[in-house]
Design a protein. Sequence first.
Length: 135
Amino acid sequence: MPKFTIPGKPFGKQRPKFTTRGKFAKAYTPKETIAAEAVVAREARKHFKEPLSGPVEIWVVAKFVPPKSWPKYRKAECLGTYHTQKPDWDNIGKLISDALNGIAYQDDAQVCFAVVQKVWAEVAETVVSVKPTTV
């Protein structure tokens, strides 16, 4: 089962932005989302020679570092517990699954089972596992 780590603070997929030039509105993906997907894709390419076929499952563990402004006792209490702040779990999962298109699998429609977990930790990173699955 390929497992890889994306260094840095976990990032959730942002909503599309809109611009109006002339008569029509145009939607575009924010630069931060494109950059975050590129980091995920770069790390994934190291672990996948070719995309998986058939149904796949994804496991994502997003690890967040407590803010520096928190007192030491609060930081110690939160480590290893669930992170209940932004970004939302579904936005993290969407960014990961979209970034893995054509790398870990041919299309994210192949994802039949996904787990996204957000926790407090000492190091900010996102751990991703992708494997073929059966019912």
